[in-house]
Design a protein around this ligand. Structure first.
Ligand code: T4K
Length: 372
């Protein structure tokens, strides 16, 4: 008998009973989008939960990043970013009109290495766009120093970083702006969605305008905006999700800890994200398969797949190896040895709040049987 498939993630969804009053309100008001009342409630509740003052809700993180780039004036020049990310990171730079420049990553956090960033700065450099990969905070102090020293903007792709804290404060407070994703696969989802976190109210209003075609009021269009609005249904999902988010985060932490405990001390198998650290969100459970393991990453990946376990190789291939980017000078593999090594050895194991302990133990046993 075949076992049911286990995917790398399974979205958390609120109880339907929590949705019904919100849906009733939307149905009765017939306000479906364009800064409706549910969106306004969600925006305020979210700012409160995250501990940040200025949030603009948007349709997804890709568009949110494009708008943040546009608002920061990054429509030309070079933006230094990581090749070890989802392709949307570089696409946003390109769509905004700038050119991505890839710098190498830190071997422990797999986030941009500030020293490698500094080495890539040219007279054309305008900004840095790091990613808090898998919810592990970047070296925000090191990156802020590099940005300040060279007069660069610092925008964070915080797609993975919902609820992440450092020193008891939201990681979203760092940089000029941060962008969250609320895609179905994320720690916190609104089916599709995202948010731009700004440092001041003026910037928040400017992002809101850009997300609404550039309208400043009914008759005034100030900029070439797009349609990146979040609609009322997504906002309703978000509002209902907030009620259960602490439980979601606690259950993710428990799943991550179970993996970490069983993999502890296995030669050649490194758990990338810390466990037992307050303020991590356990976005994923990436492991790095080293030469001491009996099998390589791809053999393990295929073996798990044959057992109906769908782990994912996030982020392989590197963005710098994808067709739209591979001809850039900074895409040369020689300059990105750490990122390349990580991309070749990474495997994200299933992690979601309701992953059954029996299923998780089966995954762990299969991994240990291959690697141990
Ligand atoms: N920056 C970073 C660093 C990102 O990782 C992302 C997105 C972005 C920016 C852009 O954010 P958004 O513009 O999307 O807000 C997924 C997601 O589509 C993508 O949002 C995400 N990163 C990326 C890391 O993963 P795929 O193509 O690998 O996902 P998919 O559809 O294969 O889903 C993975 C598994 O999740 C499936 O095997 C089953 C499960 N799943 C998925 C969906 C969509 C469900 O159970 N239900 C679902 O509805 O890209």
């Amino acid at each position: 008998m075949t076992t049911p498939p286990i995917y790398v993630t399974r979205p958390s969804i609120p109880p339907l009973s929590d949705m019904l009053p919100l849906l009733t309100q939307i149905w009765e008001s017939r306000t479906l989008t364009n800064n409706g009342p549910v969106l306004q409630r969600f925006e305020a509740a979210l700012a409160d939960y995250l501990g940040v003052a200025h949030i603009s809700l948007v349709a997804n993180a890709t568009l949110g990043t494009v708008l943040a780039m546009q608002q920061a004036g990054l429509t030309a020049g070079e933006v230094i970013t990581t090749p070890f990310s989802f392709v949307a990171t570089a696409h946003a730079v390109r769509i905004a009109g700038a050119t991505p420049v890839f710098a190498d990553i830190d071997p422990v956090t797999l986030n941009l290495d500030p020293a490698k960033v500094e080495a890539m700065i040219t007279p054309q450099t305008r900004a840095i766009l790091p990613v808090h990969t898998f919810g592990t905070p970047c070296d925000v102090d090191g990156l802020a120093e590099v940005a300040a020293r060279h007069g660069l903007k610092l925008l964070y792709d915080a797609a993975h970083a919902f609820g992440v804290q450092r020193d008891g404060q939201s990681i979203l407070r760092h940089g000029d702006m941060s962008v969250l994703s609320f895609h179905a696969t994320k720690v916190f989802n609104t089916f599709e969605g995202g948010a731009v976190i700004a440092r001041d109210h003026e910037t928040k209003l400017a992002i809101d305008r850009l997300a609404n075609f550039g309208f400043a009021d009914a008759l005034t269009v100030e900029a070439i905006g797009t349609n990146a609005k979040m609609h009322e249904l997504s906002a309703a999902v978000g509002l209902a999700q907030l009620c259960g988010i602490d439980d979601v985060l606690a259950r993710r932490a428990a799943v991550a800890q179970r993996y970490a405990d069983r993999f502890n001390g296995v030669p050649g198998l490194r758990c990338v994200c810390p466990t037992g650290v307050k303020g991590h969100n356990h976005y994923a459970f990436p492991i790095l398969i080293g030469p001491d393991c009996r099998v390589d990453r791809d053999t393990l990946f295929v073996h798990l797949e044959a057992e109906n376990i769908f782990a994912r190789r996030y982020f392989y291939p590197l963005i710098s190896d994808l067709t739209p980017y591979r001809s850039l000078p900074s895409a040369d593999a020689a300059g990105l040895p750490v990122a390349r090594d990580a991309a070749d050895r990474i495997l994200c194991l299933p992690l979601y709040p309701d992953l059954e302990p029996d299923s998780q133990d089966r995954i762990i046993d299969l991994v240990l049987a291959q690697c141990g």
